[in-house]
Structure formats: structure tokens, C-alpha cells
Design a binder for this molecule. Structure first.
Ligand code: PEP
Length: 252
């Protein structure tokens, strides 16, 4: 089995101002100076990318974006392209977050296009998948996850998953304080790995699958101890330096 380096990704969403992100970033950077930390990336609002890039320079932390256009360039007012993110040294790009799927009607097809644009720039997509509460209750979690994954695999090709990350984020657990139990999360992570293995064993073995959904310092260690959970995508708790650092340490 491949040894997978844990990854913890902060998703600041649309939070913060310069006055709050500067001290937050400084504390996170200071707290992650020691060698035995996981890989950490901070996915920030577009407008702070340059600021955060400057602060992170020379550190082991990388920079990430929360979204990207499905187009390469052109008349798409207000959008940001993958080449623009590459220009500013972004390493990771979240695609298909449930908030993008639900508030901005992003379809599996659009998400697949975004995934491909990110890969084409040599950046790493963090592809989010996850079921709604009604879907879990109806017993169709696996069908939903399989559809979300397969649409991207069919359009982009399994080869692009060689350099991708997947985040399993049950929608009912995002920002709600409800967390999937480690057993529930591990079951879906195992299912995702199995789906990928149907196309390419080596990629399924190597790919990092993060869990996201109300991860906190108190529940992180147990989640991350499961064999198919390779780290976390952290929303609310990434806005509090102490909480985020405790989550990073829980990967050890
Ligand atoms: C997220 O935004 O991806 C997320 C998991 O948020 P939270 O940790 O706040 O549930």
C-alpha cells in the first residue's frame, strides 16, 4: 500500500479582512514550523491570494484557491482563470464544493471542466463530493458519490487523478456542527477508493482522500486514524489558529 502524506486544507470561505487574516496567518505559520507536521494548504478568497503568497513565501505551507472558472479566458466578467491562479503560485484549487454546487448551480459537467482547467496548469484540484441529508436518509449515498466521481472521470480521464485530491464532505455536516462518525466517513472513503480502483489501482492507492464537515480539534484524531482518511478540509475551525493547529497535529 502507498504511504500517503496527510494533507490538511484550510477553507476560509468568504471570511476575514486584512486586519484578521494577517494575525491568523502569522500564528498558523509560526505554529507549523516544526518538521513533523502534515502538508498544509490555505485556500483563501481570491483577493487575498497575493497577500497570503507573500507571507507564506519560504515556509512549507502552500497557497490554495476556493474556486476557478471553467473557462480558460474571455468575456466572463468577475471570473478568475486557472492560468491566473498559476501566475500567483497557487498549488491547490478546491473544485465542486457543495456551496458552489448548491448556491451557484454548478453541475457535475461544469465541475469536470474546472477540474481539467486546474490540472492543465499543473495545479492540484481538491475535488469535493458528498451527499445531502435526504440522500443519506434515502440510502443513496453511494449512488450520489459514484455519480459525482464518474462524471469527472469520464470527462477528464482517470489519468488526471494521478495529481488530484478528493474531499468527502457530507453536505449535512458542513458548517452544522454535525460530523460523520469515523465509521461513516471511513465507509465512504473506502467506497471512493474502490470506485477509482475500478479504473486504476495505482491511482486509487496513491490518491489522498480528505474528510470535511465540522472537523474540530476534539474529533480530528479519531477521524484521521482511519486507514482511508488522509487528512481534512477544514472550514470554520481554520479561522481560529489554535483550533486549526490542533487539527494539523492530530494527523501525527
Ligand atoms: C468546508 O467548508 O469545506 C467545511 C468542511 O466546513 P466546516 O469545517 O465549517 O464544516
Amino acid at each position: 500500500m502507498a504511504t500517503r502524506t496527510p494533507l490538511v486544507a484550510a477553507n476560509w470561505k468568504m471570511n476575514g479582512t486584512l486586519a484578521t487574516i494577517r494575525p491568523l496567518l502569522h500564528q498558523i505559520k509560526q505554529g507549523l514550523l516544526s518538521a513533523d507536521n502534515p502538508e498544509v494548504t490555505i485556500c483563501v478568497p481570491y483577493i487575498y491570494i497575493q497577500e497570503v503568497r507573500d507571507v507564506l513565501q519560504g515556509s512549507k505551507l502552500s497557497l490554495g484557491a476556493q474556486n476557478v472558472s471553467e473557462h480558460l479566458s474571455g468575456a466572463y466578467t468577475g471570473e478568475i482563470s486557472a492560468p491566473m491562479l498559476a501566475d500567483f503560485s497557487c498549488r491547490y484549487v478546491i473544485v465542486g464544493h457543495s456551496e458552489r454546487r448548491s448556491f451557484y448551480q454548478e453541475s457535475d459537467q461544469i465541475i469536470a471542466d474546472k477540474f481539467m482547467k486546474v490540472c492543465a496548469q499543473g495545479l492540484v484540484p481538491i475535488l469535493c463530493v458528498g451527499e445531502q441529508l435526504q440522500e443519506r436518509e434515502a440510502g443513496v449515498t453511494e449512488q450520489v458519490i459514484a455519480r459525482q466521481l464518474n462524471e469527472v472521470i469520464h470527462k477528464a480521464g482517470i489519468g488526471l487523478f494521478e495529481n488530484a485530491v478528493i474531499a468527502y464532505e457530507p453536505v449535512w455536516a458542513i458548517g452544522t456542527g454535525l460530523t460523520a462518525t469515523p465509521d461513516q466517513a471511513e465507509e465512504v472513503h473506502g467506497f471512493i477508493r474502490l470506485q477509482l480502483a475500478r479504473h486504476a489501482d495505482a491511482i486509487a492507492d496513491k490518491i489522498r482522500i480528505l474528510y470535511g464537515g465540522s472537523v474540530k480539534a476534539e474529533n480530528a484524531r479519531e477521524l484521521f486514524s482511519r486507514p482511508d482518511i488522509d487528512g481534512g478540509l477544514i472550514g470554520g475551525a481554520s479561522l481560529v489558529a489554535g483550533d486549526f493547529l490542533a487539527i494539523c497535529q492530530a494527523t501525527r
